[in-house]
Design a protein around this ligand. Structure first.
Ligand code: FAD
Length: 448
């Protein structure tokens, strides 16, 4: 009897997922997701868990949807909480797996876990690893990961000239049956974390995210075909309020409910009917940034997270987290993040810059807070963007934003600020004239 165990991590979808593609299918298939117990423990330097309630809830929704899709195809899903390597290795041994499949991830911890699993698997059990979820696989990159260019622009030029994005593959119609003796199903969210079960998005959010492949595809349909918002993306992407100023694909991409190639194919299909534009192409440009951060994280390994030990959070940092720095533009954003689990790219850049360049805070604490709070936390994009803003690592220039100038430019009526800080009357345009710090404009065409 042949049995394949799929260890699903950040790839919670059936379509365009190499994990579900078999040249010759095994007789039985066991699909497993393990919530790493370490994610429920506090981050170094902070007293909050690595995974906050918003993301945990999104993850559970994604798993419920995935289970439904697997059941429809004759399979199922088992979800456990624990040490993933131990759980997967034990299940593989107990049920006689001949192959264990897992996606290669950008994160150092995930890569280490795969390596530990390889050591734990019994003789004759193959560890099959694939890429997936990005525009380009490693095999399609026109350079090795070790030779990844230091600048995004150089990377972009090379892949656009020398590589082709392959089409997304369809979901399998049927799957091999579940091994009879294997357990199925998963614990209720409340048992895992009562906070996550009770977490509800703030009523002031302009958009409600719901986890799952079907929900991700519905958002894709909405943004392209139903509203045509993609035609205006380049002009609206720096928005702060509203549901459609940017794609909002990030939580689904981060959990692997959507793949970048699915987005790519859908955008190109939309362009074939409506005409290509700078706007539609810019969505692909942003996905390329995501690919770039992924490969940069793979190249950097543990160095992605910085070298020194973290010092515990101090009061200015806590004020930043809780949105009480006294600077309305920053406080509004940090409150939005805490209340909804999401933040626009414009706001993320500003709050990160403010913490690092104005408060003199530790970028790694900021990144750790984002890791806790974001629905769309993605190890490569998060830590990579924080490094970019802080000017550590690949791009030592640092990207300091003049936050008052940004507030005037992107929130001229103070609408965003008064939405999240309703106790403040609308700020009159240009009210914040006093500039206590130096001004460095970030008008670089290729900022992410
Ligand atoms: C400090 C900081 C931390 C960040 N942390 C994360 C994170 O943990 N997870 C995450 O997905 N993005 C992160 N980003 C990138 C970006 O802010 C979000 O991807 C974007 O705001 C998500 O909204 P959207 O889906 O509407 O993006 P859109 O503007 O519609 O872009 C489409 C897609 O392109 C990708 N993308 C866009 N901008 C970037 C970028 N700068 N870097 C990498 N990918 C990008 C995302 O997958 C996004 O869904 C971070 C940015 C900063 C400045």
């Amino acid at each position: 009897m042949s049995l394949t165990l799929l260890w699903l991590r950040h790839d919670l979808r059936l379509a365009d997922n190499p994990m579900f593609q078999f040249e010759s299918p095994p007789e039985h298939l066991l699909c497993v997701h393990v919530l790493d117990r370490a994610w429920l423990s506090p981050l170094p330097g902070l007293d909050v868990p690595r995974i906050g309630p918003a993301r945990l809830r999104f993850l559970w929704e994604s798993l419920i949807t995935l289970r439904g899709e697997l059941l429809r195809r004759g399979s199922d899903l088992l979800v456990r909480v624990g040490d993933p390597v131990t759980v997967v290795a034990d299940l593989a041994a107990r049920h006689g797996a001949s192959q264990v499949r897992v996606r290669r991830e950008a994160g150092w911890d995930e890569a280490q876990a795969s390596a530990r699993l390889a050591e734990r698997l019994g003789e004759g059990v193959e560890l099959w690893q694939s890429d997936g979820g990005l525009l380009y696989d490693e095999a399609r990159l026109p350079m090795s990961v070790a030779a990844l260019p230091r600048s995004f622009s150089a990377f972009r030029r090379r892949v656009e000239r020398d590589a082709v994005v392959p089409g997304a593959t369809p979901a399998p119609v049927t799957l091999p049956p579940w091994p009879e003796a294997a357990p199925r199903g998963f614990p209720a969210l409340g048992k895992v974390c009562s906070l996550a079960a009770r977490w509800a998005c703030d009523d002031r959010a302009s958009f409600r995210f719901a986890g799952g492949e079907a929900q991700g595809l519905a958002r894709l349909e909405h943004y392209l075909w139903q509203t045509g918002a993609v035609a205006r993306y380049k002009q609206t992407r720096n928005g702060l309020l509203g549901a459609d100023f940017s794609t909002r694909f990030s939580p689904w991409l981060a959990h692997g409910c959507l793949s970048a190639r699915q987005v790519h194919d859908a955008v190109r299909a939309w362009e074939a009917e409506h005409g290509a534009s700078e706007s539609s192409d810019w969505v692909i440009f942003e996905l390329l940034w995501r690919d770039y951060f992924h490969w940069a994280a793979r190249q950097e390994g543990a160095a992605l997270f910085g070298a020194r030990r973290l010092v515990p959070a101090d009061e200015p940092f806590r004020a930043w987290c809780e949105g009480r720095t006294g600077l309305p533009f920053i406080d509004a954003a940090m409150r939005e993040l805490a209340a909804t689990g999401w933040l626009s790219n414009r706001a993320r850049q500003n709050v990160a810059s403010y913490l690092v360049h104005e408060l003199g805070g530790d970028w790694r604490l900021g990144a750790a807070w984002f890791e806790h709070a974001l629905l769309d936390f993605d190890v490569a994009s998060n830590w990579g963007n924080w490094r970019y803003v802080a000017g550590v690592g690949r791009d030592p220039r640092g990207h300091r934003f003049d936050v008052l100038w940004q507030a005037e430019r992107y929130d001229p009526e103070g609408s965003y600020v008064s939405h999240w800080l309703p106790h403040l009357a609308k700020l009159p345009p240009g009210s914040a004239r006093h500039r206590p710090w130096s001004v460095v404009k970030e008008h670089h065409q290729e900022t992410p």
